[in-house]
Design a protein around this ligand. Structure first.
Ligand code: SF4
Length: 325
């Protein structure tokens, strides 16, 4: 990985949570939520990160934003290691790296007026007069397609899509460069999802934003992502340009996720691949390839030897002993 070409670099990052028991809180094991994950995100691109719930993608996002510490590995933003940054540098990083959460209602304090929710980051990070703050709130609400005359109302007076726009206005208030959208449209109706995705793409162009866009389904990330990474049980199993990955998945798990996308006609319905077995626990992941108990193509080697993420062609990586042809 050429270090200079990425705005965000994730190098061999691990995040383990200790499993404790008894009065003495004895550590009896580790939940390996993120286990040796590496990838990079270029300035101005959208990197889609996909996987079932519990695969570690949201934990990875929080480690990436320094909201949680890493157990191992390093994360660089614009060449700087975010976990060794000093206080002043960290403050600057916090302005440049923002997050949009899944549940706009849960992430917005219901007792705050919308203007206060949007201006909260400005109060913390900027010295502005009340008038300057109000002008900025009006500007931000217009940028995200909200009627600024409603800024003195409460979040419950807005629809789900509008509340997500409030969350986006808050996220861009400090002119960030990098935004993590963690399941940002997953709770919205499909028609509202596409409106919010279009807004995010518009803002990306206007403000030169870089996104890490996290979702549990591939259909959502296709619309917005330049490249996609697929995670399974704490591991990155495939990375590729969006169109190439959709046209020809190399990892059996990617193929399963693709087959879960509803087809427009009934004739393809039989092509769905139904996964066997439950998602194994990250506290006790299967030996060898973590996907082997559920993989229709598993062979003996898969049970003992862990496949590494290998570069197979330009921008394409896969972790599988027997990638799909
Ligand atoms: Fe399936 Fe084996 Fe590939 Fe794992 S390494 S995805 S078990 S074929």
């Amino acid at each position: 990985m050429s270090s200079s070409s990425y705005l965000v670099e994730v190098n061999n990052v691990k995040k383990y949570f200790p499993i404790k028991t008894g009065l003495l809180n004895r550590v009896i094991g580790q939940v390996k939520a993120v286990d040796d994950v590496s990838f990079g995100i270029r300035a101005g691109e959208t990197f889609g990160l996909v996987g079932e719930s519990g695969c570690g993608k949201s934990t990875l996002a929080r480690v990436l934003l320094n909201l949680k510490s890493a157990t191992g590995g390093e994360i660089k933003y614009a060449g700087r290691n975010i976990h060794t940054a000093g206080n002043r540098e960290l403050r600057k990083l916090r302005e440049e790296m923002q997050i949009i959460f899944q549940d706009p209602f849960g992430s917005l304090n219901p007792r705050f007026l919308v203007k206060d929710l949007i201006s909260e980051p400005l109060r913390v990070h900027r010295r502005m007069s009340e008038q300057e703050m109000d002008n900025r709130v009006v500007e931000l609400m217009e940028m995200v397609g909200l009627d600024a005359s409603r800024r003195n109302r409460y979040p419950h007076e807005f629809s789900g899509g509008q509340r997500q726009r409030i969350g986006i206005a808050r996220a861009i208030a400090l002119n960030p460069k990098f935004i993590v959208a963690d399941e940002a449209v997953s709770a919205l109706d499909v028609s509202v999802q596409s409106q919010v995705l279009n807004l995010m793409m518009k803002l990306q162009k206007e403000l030169g934003l870089t996104y890490l866009f996290i979702a549990h389904g591939l259909n959502v990330v296709r619309h917005i992502s330049d490249r996609v990474g697929v995670m399974y049980l704490g591991k990155m199993v495939e990375v590729g340009k969006t169109e190439e990955l959709f046209a020809k998945p190399l990892h059996p798990y990617t193929s399963v996720l693709l087959s879960a996308i509803p087809k427009p006609t009934t004739e393809h319905r039989d092509e769905r691949i139904i996964l066997q077995g439950d998602v194994p626990s990250p506290a006790n992941p299967p030996s060898g390839c973590r996907f082997h108990p559920r993989c229709p193509f598993a062979q003996d080697r898969c049970k003992t030897e862990e496949p590494q993420l290998q570069t197979v062609s330009d921008e394409r990586q896969v972790a599988c002993h027997f990638p799909l042809q």
